[in-house]
Design a protein around this ligand. Structure first.
Ligand code: ADP
Ligand code: ZN
Ligand code: ZN
Length: 824
């Protein structure tokens, strides 16, 4: 008789359910442990990699358990803190554990039967492979992209996952996502300097190439691309990029290699660069920063969370770096959260110059293999190669930290911290606070424009508050000029989309060789087309939105479902040929700039120009190096980027932000304008900001001009109180979706009614959102507002119950319902 548990509860990556009970076969009894991955069957054909959540001996009474097929790990890959964290996410955000698992673990670690496997052609076995491993490689050698399910069939083995896992570890095969992105990269050829030349030697070499102009050009290009004069750690330069940038032939490159000036290398198997890097050390804090860091430390003695409210360019990042240093010395891990991938590229250089290879980055622009590697690196956290500091976006809260000492949430006010789709719909800032608690760690929220909720928490003593109102070197805050577009239009003085004031200031800045940032929160060329005769506007056939015109590919595109079509020559209603574009997006601004300032070098940063992996880096780099005069962009340019030579920032249309139908619209507009203004005048000189608006007397515009966060905060806070919103109330949005509009309305009315019986006047709606149809599904929302002090857990329990009741009604069975807790 043994005392081993007979059953295990397994978390499966499935959307509708979370945890299933399986029986543990004899041979696995000693091997299983909480947090390890196992392979389990589901239904008659499918197989999944699941996570052991618990071990016990209670047979479920409503179904016959199946056996676990195999265990994939020697050591748990999910630690007990993570499991607690998952539980909290699942409960607080009303998500099933399966969804949390899917979001938390990179796909390479959770093979499924549909996962495709490919052979690594370059693989050479060091040790003999097992018979079944050989068999699998044979099959893969003969055909491409074989799914695990077909491998099971072809080999006649019931389950090939253990073999695949072992082949993966040996580097013999790739998983789906790795094939597309990583496989190519592994074969990527790079170029670097042949050895460590000193600065003078490079000068000599360049001189020596005077008669070989092309070679000299190529070497200059290399020095530029690798940021040789700019960064201590050279950037990786691929041969392709170099040849393209220098416009030289491969023969020229080869001759430099033959002269032992440059050399080729190939992307290392170890994809993460852990090379030793020269470190620059900490910058000395100025007196204001000293005072702030002192206060932060003091606050941390009593508080778990501190809000650092510091104006743009006050040196918050420097303060973070000092705090990280302390944690590293104590052997702790640090998580540094940023709202946007674009930002990681600037901060990573600053962190690497101090902490070298102790810093790792984690975000979705990495391919899965890279993410798996970072995941494992954090998991092991022992070797000297371990990342003690992780710089990452939202999803990095799911990394397997074991010893966090500090979490920094930079630009904490940003709503990109909130995941919207798919579930779990978590807020990374709020989740970070819980995660820090689990580790006994501290959390530092930093921003120049705190979220109203956070500032309220600081004022009411829930968080510590530290404020820093001086920019580094006491540079003045920018001068803010408001341009009244209504007036300019009345006087017929609007040159297309630029007001006379903006034109004048742009001209001046260009003459003074100062850079310009123009901000417009709309990508594409024009938000919509319109018939001049009858006013007809082309809409997406699948969604209730107008189609945005993109000129570069001459397409009308839906920004909600991606549907694209050629712009019509004739109006659909009156057949007239006068279709005109209305409004303007970043693409049109770029075009107009080129026509007014043909000499200016213009770059554009928006979703359309930054899809490729290194596109952000390239744009930011070019702007930093003053290879661009004007940068046009969406909110991407507003978030915490630090440029030295920006003299002028233009906000092209403040009104579209202010008029957005949302209770946070004023707060967001303030934050957006204050943040983008903060990009102006960071080094030595006072910068200028020009805001174009139809409503120059708007209270928020006035707050921005005066740089008065408190006034904005106070007026917003009283509105929030009056209209029953956070921070005084907790919101839960209940969203119903279905292809049939009548049915979804009926269901929403039914649900709202039953909720009203319980929650009374706390129920609002049902209401159609502004965009009430996306991808052919109609959406109706019900909003629940509950008092902060009442138990959210109970309310959520009731919501689930009521949603289940609804789904039990035959005709409503196919209605999709989801909850969004603390919607943004
Ligand atoms: P914030 O994060 O508050 O916007 P940053 O940390 O980016 O501000 O600082 C703005 C600029 O000033 C950066 O270029 C930074 O390197 C520089 N800076 C800030 N504090 C110091 C310091 N103590 N010593 C040297 N440079 C500093
Ligand atoms: Zn018409
Ligand atoms: Zn659409």
């Amino acid at each position: 008789m043994n005392n081993h548990p007979k059953f295990a509860d397994i978390i499966l990556p499935l959307p509708l359910a979370g945890v299933f009970t399986y029986s543990i076969p004899g041979e696995l009894q000693t091997e299983l442990a909480i947090g390890k991955r196992v392979v389990v069957p589901l239904g008659s054909k499918k197989m999944y990699t699941g996570i052991v959540q618990s071990l016990h001996s209670n047979a479920p009474d409503d179904y016959q358990t199946k056996d676990i097929l195999s265990c994939l790990d020697h050591f748990p890959i999910i630690n007990h803190i993570q499991l607690k964290f998952w539980d909290w996410i699942s409960q607080y955000y009303q998500a099933v554990l399966g969804d949390v698992y899917k979001a938390a673990v990179p796909s390479g670690l959770k093979l499924e039967s549909q996962t495709k496997i490919t052979l690594n052609e370059a693989f050479m076995a060091e040790k003999a492979l097992s018979k079944s491993e050989d068999q699998i490689l044979d099959i893969l050698g003969n055909s491409k992209d074989v799914s695990i399910a077909s491998l099971n069939q072809a080999t006649g083995l019931k389950n090939t996952l253990p073999q695949i896992k072992s082949l993966l570890e040996k580097g013999a095969v790739f998983v789906e996502e790795q094939i597309s992105s990583n496989y190519k990269e592994k074969k990527q050829e790079y170029v670097c300097l042949h050895s460590d030349f000193s600065e003078e030697q490079i000068g000599d070499i360049l001189d020596g190439l005077k008669r070989a102009k092309k070679q000299q050009e190529l070497l200059y290009s290399y020095l530029n691309l690798s940021k040789h004069y700019f960064e201590d750690i050279p950037e990786k330069v691929s041969s392709n990029d170099l040849l393209q940038a220098s416009n030289c032939s491969r023969a020229i490159l080869k001759s430099l290699v033959e002269k032992n000036i440059l050399k080729f290398y190939f992307e290392k198997l170890d994809r993460l660069d852990l090379s030793e890097t020269p470190l620059r050390g900490l910058k000395q804090l100025n007196q204001h920063q000293e005072k702030a860091i002192h206060e932060i430390r003091e606050n941390f003695e009593e508080q778990n969370c501190v809000l650092l409210h510091g104006v743009t360019s006050s040196g918050k990042t420097e303060i973070y770096i000092h705090l990280i240093e302390e944690q590293i010395k104590q052997g702790n891990q640090v998580l540094y959260l940023l709202p946007e991938i674009a930002l990681t590229t600037q901060i990573i250089n600053r962190l690497k110059s101090v902490f070298g290879n102790k810093v790792g980055v984690y975000h979705s622009k990495f391919n899965d293999a890279e993410r798996v590697e970072i995941y494992n690196n954090v998991l092991e956290n022992k070797s000297d190669k371990a990342y003690q500091v992780i710089l990452g976006v939202r999803s990095s809260v799911f990394l397997p930290f074991s010893k966090l000492g500090l979490i920094i949430v930079d630009e904490e006010h940003e709503n990109t911290y909130k995941q919207f789709d798919p579930s779990p719909r978590y807020h990374a800032r709020d989740a970070a606070l819980y995660l820090a608690n689990l580790h006994g760690a501290k959390t530092l929220l930093g921003t120049a424009t705190p979220a109203v909720e956070s500032y309220y928490n600081a004022q009411t003593g829930k968080y510590g508050l530290v404020e820093l109102f001086k920019r580094h070197q006491e540079i003045e805050m920018p001068e803010i000029i408001v341009a009244d577009i209504k007036e300019a239009r009345r006087k017929k003085m609007m040159k297309s989309i630029f007001s006379p004031e903006l034109m004048a200031h742009m001209t001046e800045s260009l003459e003074n060789k100062e850079q310009i940032i123009l901000f417009q929160n709309r990508r594409g060329y024009a938000p919509y087309l319109e018939c001049k005769s009858c006013g007809w506007v082309p809409h997406c056939p699948n969604c209730s939105v107008s189609l945005t015109y993109h000129r570069h590919n001459n397409l009308l595109v839906c920004h909600y479902c991606g549907h694209g079509m050629a712009p019509p020559n004739n109006c659909d209603h009156c057949r007239s040929t006068g279709m005109e574009d209305r409004g303007f997006g970043t693409e049109k601004i770029e075009e107009e700039l080129l026509s007014y300032f043909p000499e200016a070098r213009v770059g554009r940063m928006d979703l359309d120009t930054t899809r490729k992996k290194n596109a952000y880096e390239k744009l930011i780099y070019k702007f930093e190096k003053q290879e661009l005069d004007i940068l046009v962009g969406t909110q991407m340019v507003s978030k915490g980027l630090d440029f030295d030579h920006v003299g002028l920032v233009g906000i092209l249309n403040a009104d579209s932000m202010l008029n957005y139908p949302d209770f946070r619209a004023y707060e967001r507009s303030f934050q957006m304008m204050a943040q983008v203004s903060g990009r102006a005048g960071r080094k030595k000189k006072r910068g200028k900001v020009l805001i174009q608006t139809y409503t120059p007397d708007h209270e928020i515009i006035k707050n921005v001009v005066k740089n008065d966060y408190f006034e904005m905060y106070s007026s917003q806070l009283s509105e929030r109180k009056e209209y029953i919103y956070p921070p005084f109330y907790r919101l839960i949005n209940i969203s119903l979706k279905h292809k049939n509009q009548r049915l979804v309305n009926e269901a929403a009315n039914y649900l709202a009614q039953s909720l009203r019986k319980i929650f009374g006047i706390r129920v609002f709606g049902p209401q159609s959102p502004v965009i009430n149809r996306i991808q052919n599904s109609f959406i109706v929302n019900i909003l629940l507002k509950i008092e902060k002090k009442s138990s959210p857990a109970k309310a959520k329990w009731i919501l689930n119950q009521q949603a289940n009741f609804l789904k039990e009604i035959e005709k409503f069975k196919s209605i999709q319902i989801h909850f969004d807790v603390d919607p943004m």
